[in-house]
Design a binder for this molecule. Structure first.
Ligand SMILES: C[S@@+](CC[C@H](N)C(=O)[O-])C[C@H]1O[C@@H](n2cnc3c(N)ncnc32)[C@H](O)[C@@H]1O
Length: 216
């Protein structure tokens, strides 16, 4: 499988083991993930994909909140999925994990009812963002929903300035559309409707927004 280049969870592979700790001390991670899950309207029999699941914190929370849902986590980084698998095993959960080439989601059209994603899109260059939004649209059912938590353009200049710390860490190219507040428009361009910023969280690295969208 030919894999595209990607930005790891904390930019450098050697920092990946610190990812959970770092996130926990720098932002209200659990709160953001709880709001993401409640916004995603996950029903009992839903087929759910966590796109860019990383160490699977969100994947685990989603499965625990809807134990009957069929939950899958996907990430481009094989190594982080080893950690994710360990956490899922410790929680004794039935969750399917897989890696992919970073371009084509290895699923049939209409394979999922819900897609959730947390802090992934600011890792993707603009063309990759647009491609992956189109891929997510393809694999979602009619009436499916996409719910994303990621950095967006804040009304507060302090939050906008703080986001530069993430831009220095993760790169100016991949964070460009986030800084400009273009993510909602890009989600619409991929075919989604009712694209709404549902909640905004101030963090020490800038504003994290929960964005909901529907495939009608
Ligand atoms: C900041 S971490 C977020 C992990 C997890 N979603 C969370 O909230 O803790 C970003 C994740 O995006 C993944 N990623 C980067 N490029 C990706 C791509 N093209 N497709 C899927 N995942 C990608 C990274 O491997 C990493 O696990």
């Amino acid at each position: 499988m030919e894999q595209t280049k990607f930005i790891p969870a904390l930019r450098f592979k050697w920092l990946t083991p610190l990812y959970d700790f770092f996130l926990g001390i720098t932002m209200p991670e659990k709160k953001i993930k709880q709001v993401l899950i409640s916004s995603a309207d996950i029903y009992a029999s839903a087929k759910l994909l966590d796109f860019g699941c990383g160490t699977a914190t969100l994947t685990i929370m989603a499965k625990q909140s809807s134990p009957e849902a069929k939950v899958t986590g996907i990430d481009v980084d094989k190594e982080i999925l080893v950690k994710a698998a360990k956490k899922i095993k410790e929680e004794k959960l039935d969750v399917f994990l897989l890696d992919y080439d970073g371009k084509h989601l290895p699923f049939q059209p209409n394979a999922f009812d819900r897609v959730i994603s947390c802090l992934v899109f600011h890792h993707l260059d603009t063309d990759v963002k647009q491609n992956m939004l189109a891929e997510i649209f393809r694999i979602l059912n009619k009436d499916g929903q996409l719910t994303i938590a990621d950095f967006g353009r804040s009304r507060s200049w302090i939050q906008r300035t703080l986001f530069n710390l993430i831009r220095i860490l993760d790169g100016f190219k991949s964070t460009h559309a986030n800084a400009k507040g273009l993510l909602p428009e890009m989600i619409s361009d991929a075919g989604f409707e009712n694209v709404v910023v549902k909640k905004r969280f101030k963090t020490m690295f800038g504003e994290v927004q929960i964005i909901g969208a529907e495939k009608i």
